[in-house]
Each structure stands twice: as structure tokens, then as C-alpha cells.
Design a protein around this ligand. Sequence first.
Ligand code: GLP
Length: 241
Amino acid sequence: MIQKNSPLPIYYQLEEGIKEAIQQQQLMPGEMIPSEREYAEKYGISRMTVRQALSNLVNDGYLYRQRGKGTFVAHQKIEQPLQGLTSFSEDMRSRGLVPSTRVISFKEVEASIDLAAKLEVKAGAPLFELKRVRLADQLPMAYEMLYISKELAHGLTEEIAVNSIYDYVENKLGLKIQHGRQVLEASFARKTEAEMLEVAEGAPVLLIERRTTLDTNKPLEVVRSVYRADRYKFTIDMERF
Ligand code: GLP
């Protein structure tokens, strides 16, 4: 993979070679890659050069380091288009991944003034509060905290929440989900979020707040989701006006 007489810098050739091996699945997610010394010996190049290539790949999210253990192949990020109001279950299935859910808590609470305004219910009205870890192929992707009016989703149970809420709302309750507004911000994983997502406290995450409304304009849900920034990226198509 290295041509010493090429005009391309050696670190760059090594970097591209490792990327290609990841793309062609010769190196698999979670697999430990050879050490700096091994690469240096194998290609007859300096360890400094290897270090530069590996650092670039770590910074670009292809590899990750575990202190005292080594450097590993990262999971490829999931690309999520920002257009289209889809559910987590739909998003994962459309990529050939198997969605699953760990319900952390499910309880009835009284609407705070803030939530009451967002959900257009009276302050103190009964809401369901649902905390869930969402997984794709068994890997934690997001931690969600959802509020939904009990009046709308009266029959919601923990068993239903293990599956798709949108499926329940549309196919069991017969309601039509129409519109969503989403705010996306960069953030750091707080302690509980870090535990749920199996990342270090302070690891980068994407914070998403979504409010969804029905075709009647009635708000359905207010959701705060924390997505692992190392597993997710968002894309948007743009037209120049
Ligand atoms: C995404 C959204 C949530 C929504 C959820 C529904 O994760 N960020 O706002 O509640 O999808 O997903 P599902 O229908 O799989 O429960």
C-alpha cells in the first residue's frame, strides 16, 4: 500500500490504505489495528509517519483509541437526512439495522408550565414521561426523554414503548402525525447520558429537541434526544434560492 517514490506523502498513502481496508471490511468495526511499531516495520517507514496517519484517522472518526489497549476501528457513522419526519425505528430499518429499545423509566407525571405550553395542555395535566435507550444492532445510539399527553396516548404502556411509538400512535390510535420541529445542538454527555450511551462523561453528543404535531395541529410529543456524535451524522439537501 506504500509507494515510496510516489509524490503523495507517505502518511497520506497509509491513511488512504487503512480507510480502504475499513471500507472493504478487511478491517472490521471494533477490531484492533496493528501498532505503530508494526506498521513502521511492515512498510519500512518511521513511527512518526505512522503516528500522523493514525492521528488523522482518529480525528476523522475512522479509528478510536483506548488508553492502555490500542487503536480500534470505529463503527461507521449513520447518516441521517434532516428532511422527512421519521421515527427511530424507521430510520434504523431503512438502513438494514435492527432497532431495539431499553425502557429506562415509564411514569405518569404532571405537566410543568413549560411542558403544558409546549403540549397545549393545562399545567398539571397528566403526561407520560418515558426514558429510553435506542439501539441499532444492539449498539446504543440515542437516549431519549419523551413527554406525551395521557389524554392523547391513553393506552400507552411500557410494553408498547419497547417498540415504535409512532407505529402505536398511527396504527393503533389511528392518529396522523403531520409535522415536526427539531432543534439540533452540539453538547457533551452528562453523567446519566454517558452511562446510557456507554461513552465517557463529557463525550461529544448531538442534542435534538423535537416537537411533533398531528394533522389537527395538536402537539403530540416533546422529545429530548441525545445521540452519540461518534455514531451519527446529519445531512441536508439544499437548494439555492
Ligand atoms: C425519533 C425522534 C423522537 C420520536 C421517535 C419515535 O427518535 N427523535 O422524537 O419519539 O423517533 O420513534 P419510534 O416510533 O421508533 O418509537
